[in-house]
Unconditional design. Structure first.
Length: 666
């Protein structure tokens, strides 16, 4: 190694620095402003501590708070360490385990000392105050490499049994590093970290909640307390996040589902939805809308069985890859009056389908298919079951029974790009009908996969080309490629919707699959008279009806577009003298195809309006004696302060126009 290191900078310049120099030294050499702003460094593309010496000549990019992605990751990691230090400072004898950064913050798993109960919400204010004290102390964060034996011995002496266990199991040859916070507290960590705790904003974090967690995620192990926090670069970002959380709570589809009487969930059917009449009206509207879309796009709708023999799932590959998430049943159960085991060891196994694709291949295989018959687009509103972990279930967003707007396009090699492009354009029209913007991402091959590299190369290139041909592989559509995130049998395009408060939801997908047709022996007769394998495009737009309805409820805060609203209009009377006229108006609305209800209760009109507004009814037609005499209505539109006084026919036309599905306008 030469006496001087050559450090290449992003602007193309090269600085010569003495051996042993650090990125912080380079920042200082460039200028005091950069030295103050720098918080970390990318050395040959690897994110590192600012004060870690170079290993040799290197390419360097200094990281500042303007590099928000890296800066947030570092800050949240540091908040987690400060949290652990604060808890141990307040309650000596607390054992610490792991504390990673998360998408919007951080957490740390800890075990309270035997002298006290597990940590709870009441402890959070004191922990926050101690964290601020540590941050304001501006304690340097210093990296050290340790031998395995020394580290294990230290952890054991400190009573850190979890840390000692983990250190003992790390791979041989792996460098074990710790980070000191000042001179009196350390944690085992790969890093990197900020130069000091003072680089954190003491007003830019908040501890949110506590939960139970098991050591290493195994319920057979010791139970720990997980303390969650949210962390940001400054107070403004924190306040923005808390505001978004508050808004999200108001929009929670579970809360609105109760208020609007749409659905409920209960213990007797974990992860399955009980749809009420109002909720199922939304479902039916979506189903009718999607049927019109797929009919126009040349799909044929089918219906396939819920239960299939396990051998079918073995052949498709799902039994080996997805078995733990499948509900299985024996096809031979002895009479309940018989003695002995309920399930015989000789019973064959069947499974509730977790996806529709193998059944669609079986439909495709009936009869002989010619190349002239392709593409064949088979669609199903397919009910599926997946044994999701109980703790992962979440309202409509994560369920065990769900219905997909599922279709499989069987096509020739030369048809793939045009079919995927057509799907991109169909998805674009549908998402725009619901008012969503979106990003398209290409999920590429995972490490564990079926199929040859050659097939994966072709499939990824075809999906990429289709998006290019559709004009959507652009910044406007948020085009991005995601290495390693494809399914085990195919790469896929993903549609990530952005809702009204900026959250993203991955819904639509199309996957180019050469594996399943091979495994299930699907063929067509080519122009040469020989058998050929079709390519199978798996695609969905809503994803699942349950989740899409949940997204819609939260996106619109329950104020669904009039065409989707379960009740589109309510005719409410001020006095009973207007009841006959109200019945006439309601009949006219019903004849115009409007889902209408009447409210003749002996309540004040303000009470009625308030109640129907809470139920998110788009239009309330208020009728009193004067309206009955003049043939008019007072029309109240949800979310608007002023009501309109209109002739009844004009009001009906306005409501009817607003309640027309977007694909039927014009």
């Amino acid at each position: 190694m030469s006496e001087l290191l050559k450090i290449s900078l992003p602007d193309g310049s090269v600085r010569e620095m003495p051996t042993g120099s650090t990125p912080a030294d380079v920042a200082a050499a460039i200028g005091p402003g950069l030295a103050k702003a720098a918080i970390a460094a990318k050395v040959d593309g690897e994110l590192r501590d600012l004060n870690r010496p170079f290993d040799g000549d290197a390419e360097l990019a200094l990281v500042t708070s303007r590099d928000e992605e890296e800066a947030l990751e570092l800050a949240r990691h540091d908040y987690a360490h400060v949290l652990a230090e604060a808890v141990q400072a307040l309650w000596p004898g607390t054992q610490i385990t792991f504390g990673p950064a998360t998408d919007d913050g951080f957490y740390y798993d800890v075990m309270a000392p035997a002298s006290r109960e597990p940590f709870g919400m009441d402890d959070l204010p004191a922990i926050e105050e101690k964290m601020r004290e540590i941050i304001k102390a501006d304690k340097p964060l210093t990296r050290e490499a340790w031998s395995r034996e020394a580290l294990i011995d230290t952890w054991k002496k400190q009573g850190e049994h979890f840390k000692a266990e983990w250190a003992a199991e790390l791979p041989d040859g792996e460098e074990l590093t710790v980070y000191w916070s000042g001179e009196d507290w350390m944690d085992m960590c790969r890093g990197p970290h900020l130069p000091s705790t003072g680089k954190l904003d003491p007003q830019a974090f908040k501890l949110m909640r506590v939960a139970g967690a098991y050591w290493r995620g195994d319920q057979k192990n010791a139970q720990l307390t997980r303390i969650y926090g949210t962390g940001w670069l400054n107070k403004k970002q924190l306040q923005g996040h808390l505001t978004r959380l508050e808004e999200a709570a108001k929009r929670d589809h579970r809360k609105l589902g109760r208020e609007m009487d749409l659905f409920h969930l209960q213990e007797e059917a974990h992860g399955s939805v009980f749809w009420h009449p109002n909720g199922y009206k939304i479902w039916r509207e979506l189903e009718a809308y999607m049927r019109r879309a797929i009919d126009a796009a040349g799909y044929q709708e089918i219906k396939t069985p819920q239960v299939m023999d396990a051998r079918q799932w073995e052949q498709s590959g799902h039994w080996g890859k997805y078995r733990e998430n499948m509900f299985v049943i024996p096809d031979e159960v002895p009479n309940t009056e018989d003695e002995g085991e309920i399930i015989s060891g000789d019973a064959d196994w069947m499974a509730l389908k977790p996806m529709n694709c193998p059944a669609h291949v079986l439909v495709f295989k009936q009869g002989i298919t010619s190349y002239r018959d392709l593409p064949l687009r088979l669609y199903e509103n397919g009910c599926c079951h997946r044994n999701e972990p109980h703790g992962a279930l979440h309202g409509l967003m994560r369920v065990r029974q769900f219905t997909q707007d599922d279709a499989h396009i069987f096509c020739r090699e030369d048809q793939i790009v045009s079919e995927v492009r057509a799907f991109c354009e169909l998805a674009d029209r549908i998402y725009k009908d619901f008012g969503f913007t979106y990003e398209i991402k290409l999920a590429l091959r995972p490490e564990q996969r079926f199929g040859s590299d050659e097939d994966w190369d072709k499939a990824e290139a075809e999906l990429r080309q289709a998006v290019v041909d559709a004009g959507m592989a652009t910044e406007e559509f948020g085009w991005e490629e995601l290495p390693g995130e494809g399914a085990f049998y195919a790469p896929k395009l993903e549609w990530h919707l952005t809702d009204a408060i900026g959250r993203t939801w991955q819904v639509g997908t199309i996957q180019s699959d050469r594996v399943l047709p091979e495994r299930l022996d699907a063929t067509y007769i080519g122009e040469d008279g020989e058998k050929h394998r079709p390519v199978m495009l798996h695609r969905a737009i809503f994803g699942s009806y349950e989740r899409f309805i949940g997204i819609l409820i939260e996106h619109f805060a329950g104020r669904l577009p009039a065409w989707l609203a379960p009740v589109q209009a309510v005719v409410a009377t001020i006095v009973s003298d207007a009841d006959p006229y109200a019945k006439e108006v309601a009949a006219k609305l019903e004849a115009a195809g409007i889902r209408v209800e009447t409210d003749f209760r002996n309540e004040s009109i303000n009470y009625k309006v308030r109640e129907h507004s809470v139920a998110k009814v788009p239009y309330i037609l208020v009728l009193g004696k004067r309206e009955a005499e003049e043939g008019t209505v007072a029309l109240r539109t949800l979310g608007e302060k002023q009501q309109q006084f209109l002739p009844v026919e004009e009001a009906i036309a306005l409501v009817t126009g607003a309640a027309t599905a977007p694909d039927r306008n014009g």
